[in-house]
Every structure is written in structure tokens, then in C-alpha cells.
Design a protein around this ligand. Sequence first.
Ligand SMILES: NC(=O)c1ccc[n+]([C@@H]2O[C@H](COP(=O)([O-])OP(=O)(O)OC[C@H]3O[C@@H](n4cnc5c(N)ncnc54)[C@H](OP(=O)(O)O)[C@@H]3O)[C@@H](O)[C@H]2O)c1
Length: 244
Amino acid sequence: MIENKVCVVTGAGRGIGLTVVKELLKMGNTVCACSKRESKYLVELSKAKSNPNSSLYIYQFDVTDYQEAKNAIQSIWRESSRIDILINCVGAPHGSLFSMTKVDDLKNIFDINYFSLLYLSQLVARLMSRNKSGVICNISSSSSFRYDPGTLVYGSSKAALNFATKVLARELGDSGIRVNAVAPGVTKTDMLDKMDPNAIEQQVSQSSLKMIADPLQISSVILFLCSNEASHITGQVLQVDGGL
Ligand SMILES: NC(=O)c1ccc[n+]([C@@H]2O[C@H](COP(=O)([O-])OP(=O)(O)OC[C@H]3O[C@@H](n4cnc5c(N)ncnc54)[C@H](OP(=O)(O)O)[C@@H]3O)[C@@H](O)[C@H]2O)c1
């Protein structure tokens, strides 16, 4: 259970991030939901209060623009004077064989899936450390552990994120900040529309449970890692993939 916290969620316009936002609002938290485009789902949520103790603030920016990201975090800090939880759900898929991979795509995917999470975490951790407490949860991927052909760019951006999660946990522990990651397997969101159906089928059939996850099955683990129940867990990359 998470209550009365100020939570920043990126990639919040749809999919796993949106599910996390909904759950945090139900529990009674202040949620700063960050998306790139206007999200009709977030607009709807802002009109319907699910808990009298919850508030939703919507921020729209492209995470690959450092200055825009910095402005958003500063604005959240000015409004709330506190950030307790940062959940980095932002992410973009990519699939192509190495020989066909364009350098621009390589850089763009790393900008979205890795560099943006690093500087957002740095901006937020500096503020969290003033209060000597905070939690960061990154969303990685089962692809970071599988080494399937065609997944070099996406998988390595997430593998870099796993590494960063563990180093940041070591560096930020003294400041009372925990850093973990969740690595989902195939999960039913819009992202599946951009993935190779054969790759989806292969991952699902190779898993022990042989099922596509519902975003709630991922968000529940993210929220557990951000809660006090997980107060002694840091530096972990938890695979939530139906047993791949
Ligand atoms: N779905 C899966 O099977 C799966 C499996 C493993 C890992 N994951 C990871 O889980 C996380 C959430 O994915 P999802 O399935 O919920 O995907 P999704 O439905 O496609 O959502 C991705 C979110 O990231 C945002 N985003 C992308 N590029 C952005 C940018 N440059 N600036 C700001 N926001 C940006 C999108 O914003 P807009 O809505 O504005 O476009 C969207 O809200 C990602 O990190 C993904 O890699 C997903």
C-alpha cells in the first residue's frame, strides 16, 4: 500500500504507466503523470476522482529533451516541495537485425530507454536526497536477458538500464533512496502492435505460464517495490515474465 506520497510516473499516457497512475490514485496519492502526447485517458482520470485524498497533475514533454524534462521536475518540486517516488515507465520498442540497424534508430532508442531515465533519476535523486528518502523504479524488459536475434538495440538499452539500476542503488543508498527495476515479459499494451507477432508468440510459448501479462500484473509488482513492504529491497531487477 502506498498512501499520501508524491509520485512521478513517466510513460503515463497509456499502457503500464497509465495502470500505475490509476492504482496510485485509487490508493490516495498525488500523482504527476508525464506523457509525450496528450492522453485522453489521463484527461478522463483528471475529471473522475477515485479517492478524495488523491490529486493528478499532467505534464507533457518529450523525455529526450533534457531541458524540458528538467523544467517539468522543477515545476513538480515547486508545486509539492517533495518527490517520494519516481516510476520510469517510459520506453519505446525496436526490432531489427544488426546488419539492418540504422545508427539514428540506435541513438534514438538509447535516448528514450536509457539516457532519459538516467537524467530524470539524477534530477529527482538530488531532490529526494534533501529529504533522505525516496524510491526509484525503472521498467526494464525480459529482452535484456534473452539475447534474441533482432533485439540488439532494445535489449541492450534495457540491459544498460539494469546495470544503472544496480549502480544507482549502491550510490544512492546512503541518501535513503532505493532503486529497483521490473523486467516484464510480453504485456498487453499498445507496444505489442509495434512488435513482430512471431517474436511475441515465441516468448509466450517459451514461458512457463504461457500467457500474455495484463498491465495490472506488472503494476502490482512495481507498486510493491515502491511501497514500505519492500523497504529493505534495493538494487534488484525483478523479472515478471510468466517464467521465461
Ligand atoms: N508491453 C510489453 O510487452 C513490454 C514488455 C517489456 C517491457 N516493457 C516496457 O514497459 C514500459 C511501458 O511500456 P508499455 O507496454 O506500457 O508501452 P506503451 O503503451 O507503448 O507506452 C509507452 C509510453 O512511453 C511514452 N513515450 C515513448 N517515447 C517517449 C518520449 N520520447 N517522451 C515521452 N514519453 C514517451 C509513450 O508516450 P505517448 O503515449 O505520448 O506516445 C507511452 O506513454 C516500457 O519501458 C517498455 O519498454 C513493455
